[in-house]
Ligand binder design. Structure first.
Ligand code: PHE
Length: 358
């Protein structure tokens, strides 16, 4: 093997064996650097006779070019391998939650509203909504509140200024006006729940001027109190996450239902804890009744063909009961510490298969 062939095969072998760019660079310096083997050999060319120098010079130049090309190719290969390694180790799964976990919490009112919707959705109810600013017709008249009837004052209504025609808009005092809006725009059978904000001029530990209700309405051809009772009992045991609940229907008055009732559920106090569902004490949970024939008529439905039931519950009150929150006013104080304590994990959506609350 000639001198040149020996240098070539040795250098190419060292290039092939280089594992890093730094090692490859050492090979380059040892071969092509100012004091590298090839440069040293080329220095001795001067002592040769012209013919031999010419052919040896050409051979060394070819060798230099070959080795430089081999180093370049190896360098590209090592760089690509390094890039692949970084791509493999520095991947970012954009579907993972960001770390540290987001600080935002779900407000108990949102949580409880979602829980109520999950329960009624499973029973086949749709969600309906209506405006916060209502007129007298939808909030009172169509719901069978006679003009100047004291029941209108029961609600401590917030009115807007009089319009030119003398009428006044108001902040809805309950979600019941959406019953009217639905019955006037949809044909029975109707099965809806109506979550939303409501307003009454009232403020103490258990009342705030703005609060939340969920209304329910079922209209069909053969609807009776048994359906009302079964639906609400099923709701309560699902909501309080107990096997069964003890309930009591007390006669009550609402202009838009007849008969009307308030539903109480049994509970007991064990130490600091309130256990819903059983026990000797009664807690009022909601108002309900069979839709008044006048309300059906006001919405263009024939009470001899259609009947239905309705109910309305206070979401904030249910949240206080279920999660042991003592003062309603804190719900709307926008205190981040309160929300951190009483709020819920945004990644846990209430549903009936994995559980409503965790
Ligand atoms: N709208 C009533 C209230 O706010 C609750 C209710 C709704 C009662 C539907 C009966 C039927 O007090």
């Amino acid at each position: 093997m000639s001198e040149i062939e020996k240098i070539e095969s040795e250098t190419l072998a060292r290039i092939a064996a280089s594992q890093t760019i730094a090692a490859l660079d050492d090979v380059r310096v040892a071969a092509l650097g100012k004091k590298g083997v090839i440069s040293e050999r080329m220095k001795s060319l001067g002592k040769m006779d012209p013919e031999a120098r010419k052919s040896a010079g050409a051979a060394y130049n070819t060798l230099k070019a070959k080795i430089a090309a081999a180093i370049d190719a190896k360098k590209t290969q090592l760089e690509n391998a390094e890039l692949d390694r970084r791509l493999a180790t520095e991947t970012l799964d954009v579907t993972l939650p960001i770390a540290p976990l987001p600080k935002g919490r779900i407000h108990p009112v949102t949580q409880v509203t979602e829980e109520i919707i999950a329960i009624f959705s499973a029973m086949g109810f749709d969600v309906a909504e209506g405006p916060d600013i209502e007129d007298d017709f939808h909030n009172f008249t169509a719901l069978n509140f006679p003009p100047d009837h004291p029941a209108r004052e029961m609600h401590d209504t917030f009115f807007f200024n009089e319009k030119e025609d003398g009428s006044r808009m108001l902040l809805r005092t309950h979600t019941s006006p959406v019953q009217i809006r639905t019955m006037m725009s949809q044909k029975p059978p109707i099965r809806i729940i109506i979550p939303g904000r409501t307003f009454r001029c009232d403020s103490d530990q258990t009342h705030t001027p703005m609060f939340h209700q969920v209304e329910g309405l079922v209209i069909d051809r053969e609807t009776h109190m048994g359906h009302l009772k079964g639906t609400l009992e099923a709701f309560c045991s699902a909501f309080f996450e107990v096997d069964s609940v003890k309930t009591r229907f007390r006669p009550h008055f609402f202009p838009f239902t007849e008969p009307s009732a308030e539903m109480d559920i049994g509970y007991e106090r064990v130490g600091n804890e309130i256990r819903m569902g059983a026990g000797e004490k009664w807690m009022e949970i909601l108002g309900c009744g069979m839709v008044h024939p006048n309300v059906l008529r006001n919405c263009g439905l024939d009470p001899d063909i259609y009947q239905g039931f309705a109910f309305g519950m206070g979401v904030d009150r249910l949240a206080m009961l279920k999660y042991g929150i003592p003062d309603l006013r804190d719900f709307f104080a926008a205190d981040a510490r309160w929300l951190t304590h009483y709020g819920f994990d945004p990644l846990d959506q209430p549903n009936l298969s994995t559980g409503l609350s965790r």
